[in-house]
Design a protein around this ligand. Structure first.
Ligand code: FES
Length: 88
């Protein structure tokens, strides 16, 4: 499976077992966070350009977010996704 980050010209391969938050950090992609991935700070928001159907359902921390916005610490993906951030 792939995570495409067109703003960074970067594509990351993964096996679907880790959170997008951890995969991005493991691959030196900067992700803002003050709660260390616990769903509280909302700094890790990303926009899902495509592939949202491959993501788990919204967590309780994501209920007030726009449809295509997710907290990358709350999601895993079972397919190829393309994402975007306001600070990349
Ligand atoms: S890292 Fe704080 S909400 Fe995701």
């Amino acid at each position: 499976m792939k995570i495409n980050c067109p703003q960074l010209n970067k594509t990351i391969e993964h096996n679907g077992n880790k959170r997008i938050f951890d995969i991005l950090l493991d691959n030196n992609v900067p992700i803002a966070s003050s709660c260390r991935g616990n769903g509280i700070c909302h700094w890790c928001k990303i926009e899902i350009i495509s592939g949202s159907e491959f993501l788990n359902k919204k967590s309780k921390y994501e209920m007030n977010l726009k449809e295509n916005v997710r907290l990358c610490c709350q999601i895993k993906s079972k397919g190829d996704i393309t994402i975007k951030s306001t600070y990349w």
